[in-house]
Design a protein around this ligand. Structure first.
Ligand SMILES: NC(=O)c1ccc[n+]([C@@H]2O[C@H](COP(=O)([O-])OP(=O)(O)OC[C@H]3O[C@@H](n4cnc5c(N)ncnc54)[C@H](O)[C@@H]3O)[C@@H](O)[C@H]2O)c1
Length: 270
């Protein structure tokens, strides 16, 4: 059984104040779900919640740093406290750093893995036990990236986190099947969001003493609107599809990667 309709369901979206997360929150609310928006950006969350309420929806903002397990547990308490159930969990908050791996600082690793990987793990730790115990169909959406399937020069730290999110999601889909909880992993290429200004929410303690100079790499392919991506996620929840690969442009690099692996196996001498 899948979450085929969001009417009367409850969705939690991390990183819901901006970009893809905000679009997910708005699309789920339009479909009749009650929404919990979790983010560090309080004005952005207030705006997202106000927009949902203005259209007659129900929404709640909870300031949350997803890199902090205690904060995500408090988010789960608030969400279950307010609405009694959680059916759709979107571990979506994410940040980017750019530059060669040889130039990355320990703080770069801590910050990006803290949000992009530990944020997802914390979401699972805090929400899954109660989502399983409620014995209703549910769905987890983890936002990875095409950078979780293809490695790109200058994106190494981000690649590391996103590859991990893809692997985690692939296993999670198998593990959660008996509980009627589906899993989707969102793998977009360019989306018109504020990801290039990720530094705006970087905690002071994890800032580099000398700011990095690398510019965000020019992404291949089209830039999609976050709303278009959110509609694809909605479709994947309804159909219980694991991969949400938003850009056709991803096909060739993926094919080349698997061809290289196939060649490595065929070329082996022993
Ligand atoms: N925009 C793209 O081109 C693109 C492509 C592939 C994947 N993604 C992924 O999509 C997801 C959403 O990013 P976006 O593009 O909408 O960017 P965005 O910057 O517009 O939104 C990200 C949101 O996450 C929040 N956030 C940052 N750190 C946080 C923390 N520690 N705790 C809670 N919230 C935090 C930010 O405040 C912001 O509201 C990310 O996981 C990103 O890696 C984006």
């Amino acid at each position: 059984m899948t979450v085929d309709s969001l009417r009367g369901k409850v969705g939690v979206v991390t990183g819901g104040a901006s970009g893809i997360g905000r679009a997910l929150a708005e699309v789920f609310a339009r479909e009749g779900a009650k929404i919990v928006v979790a983010d560090l950006d309080e004005p952005g969350m207030d705006d997202a919640v106000a927009a949902i309420r203005a259209r007659g929806g129900e929404a709640l903002a909870v300031r949350t740093d997803v890199s902090d397990l205690g904060a995500v547990q408090a988010l789960a308490d608030r969400a279950f406290g307010a609405f009694g159930r959680v059916h759709v969990l979107c571990n979506n908050a994410g940040v980017g750093v750019w530059g060669g791996l040889e130039t990355m600082t320990h703080r770069d690793w801590q910050w990006v893995l803290g949000v992009n990987l530990w944020g997802v793990i914390h979401g699972l730790e805090a929400f899954l036990p109660r989502m399983i115990a409620q014995r209703e169909p549910g769905h987890v959406v983890n936002t990875a990236s095409m950078a979780g399937l293809i490695a790109s020069k200058g994106l190494g730290v981000y690649n590391t986190a996103k590859y991990a999110v893809v692997g985690l999601s692939e296993t999670l889909a198998k593990d959660l099947k008996p509980y009627n909880i589906g899993v989707s992993v969102l793998c977009p290429m360019g989306v018109t969001t504020r990801i290039e200004q990720s530094d705006r929410n970087r905690p002071a303690a994890l800032r580099n003493e000398t700011p990095g100079k690398a510019e965000p790499p020019e992404l291949m392919g089209r830039y999609l609107a976050p709303e278009a991506v959110a509609e694809m996620v909605l479709g994947a929840i309804r159909a219980n599809e694991l991969y949400v690969i938003t850009h056709d442009e991803g096909l060739e690099p993926l094919r080349r990667r698997f061809e290289r692996m196939e060649q490595a196996i065929r070329a082996r001498k022993s």
